[in-house]
Design a protein around this ligand. Structure first.
Ligand code: FAD
Length: 371
């Protein structure tokens, strides 16, 4: 089996698949042949693209109700992975969701049926983040269970587990083309480092998932890549334990980071798949909006970056076998919640690929199917 892409999707799947296969081989007393798993990553390092550019938040309020179910399932896995390795992967940082007068309806929708959130008045929000300006908070909600995710430790842990369980993870090798064997036994793949044969292919190529489909002669999923910009700005009087402040109107978010303030204009600019860079206009917008939302005097932009969040038309991930193309499995379109949903989605994908049962409570599987 070949997995294309070494971001969080591909790495989590390689680990879950290799470990589950190992258990099944053991259970069969060695009668079942071991699955050979190879992951191909085009860059010289894993997690170089979207996975390395997230703001690493875990929130049970993001995405569709289906994605919230997946996020809750991931929480259990992240806690267990942290406990097993002795390195906690999550650290509590509440989110304060703020709405101005114009976006009160959005806050109400966010609060509806969401046990993770509690409505608070503007004064309570300001107690948690004393630099928040009154003008941006007509009403607020607090998510106390939100977390910062240690993405480096998470992806490293998946890499270690995948390798220990027998998967081969390769960097600096990009898929170029693939054709189905005439006898239907699998796929013949051409890479920039030679040819290989795979029974099945998992498309975990993030922003390039549709391009990879095209290289395999597979119908694309109609994905859109949206660029998002983040900057870290110097400022005085930053409280390291302040929450992440998220505007429900999707104009800004900010939180303390490495002694400065991490800011984003929550931009969504369509982009072809590429090595995304922050454009100065978007960085300025981030600083401008954080200046409007806080009483801070923001100073020098220390660093900035951008990444591509990849969405299917309905904004749910695409995880499942391609109904039109034998031997192709999709693990793509993780959107803006791929770090927090990958643990449960990878466990689900591994089970499906090995014909084993696995259920995520509250998730209707058809929501994820390639369409
Ligand atoms: C600014 C920003 C903030 C975010 N914040 C959060 C957050 O707080 N919480 C959260 O959960 N998520 C967040 N996300 C979303 C999250 O980062 C993504 O959903 C997730 O990283 C997607 O992972 P992926 O493995 O699908 O894609 P990627 O990490 O992009 O990996 C795909 C890989 O495929 C490789 N590839 C492509 N084509 C080929 C080929 N032909 N051959 C071999 N390899 C190939 C690429 O090189 C790449 O490494 C954020 C994203 C951004 C940009």
């Amino acid at each position: 089996m070949a997995i294309i892409g070494g971001g969080i999707a591909g790495l989590a799947l390689a680990a879950e698949l290799a470990e589950l296969d190992g258990r099944l081989v053991e259970r069969s007393g060695g009668a079942r042949p071991e699955l050979r798993i190879v992951l191909l990553e085009r860059e010289n390092q894993f997690a170089y693209h979207t996975t390395g550019r997230s703001i690493a938040t875990f929130s049970e309020s993001l995405g569709s109700p289906q994605m919230r179910a997946v996020t809750r399932a991931s929480r259990t896995i992240l806690d267990a992975l942290g406990a097993e390795s002795g390195t906690p992967l999550l650290r509590t940082r509440p989110i304060v969701w703020v709405a101005d007068e114009e976006h009160l309806d959005r806050l109400n929708r966010l609060l509806t049926g969401n046990p993770a959130l509690r409505a608070v008045d503007p004064a309570a929000a300001q107690t948690m983040c004393p630099v928040l300006r009154e003008s941006v908070v007509a009403r607020a909600a607090v998510e106390r269970t939100a977390q910062d995710i240690d993405v480096d430790a998470l992806q490293q842990q998946y890499r270690d587990r995948a390798t220990a369980a027998g998967a081969v993870l390769r960097t600096a090798i990009g898929l170029e083309t693939g054709t189905r064997d005439p006898d239907g036994s699998g796929w013949r793949l051409t890479t920039d480092r030679g040819e290989l044969h795979a029974g099945r292919i998992v498309n975990a190529a993030g922003p390039w998932a549709d391009a990879v489909a095209g290289r395999l002669g597979v119908t694309p999923a109609g994905l859109t890549n949206l660029r998002r910009t983040v900057a870290i700005v110097s400022a005085e009087r930053i409280g390291p334990s302040w929450p992440l402040v998220m505007d429900v109107g999707e104009h800004f978010y900010f939180r303390p980071e490495r002694g400065g303030l991490l800011v984003s204009p929550a931009d969504e600019t369509p982009s072809p798949p590429t090595d995304a860079v922050a454009v100065p206009r978007d960085v300025s917008l981030a600083v401008e909006r954080a200046t409007t939302a806080t009483t801070l005097r923001l100073q020098r932009v220390r660093t900035s970056w951008a990444g591509l969040r990849t969405f299917a038309p309905d904004r749910n991930p695409i995880v499942g076998p391609d109904p039109r193309h034998e031997g192709i499995y999709w693990f793509a379109a993780l959107g803006g919640t791929g770090i927090q949903t990958a643990p449960a989605l990878a466990r689900l994908a591994a089970a499906q690929l090995l014909d084993e049962p696995y259920e995520i409570p509250g998730l209707r599987l058809e929501t994820l199917l390639p369409r």
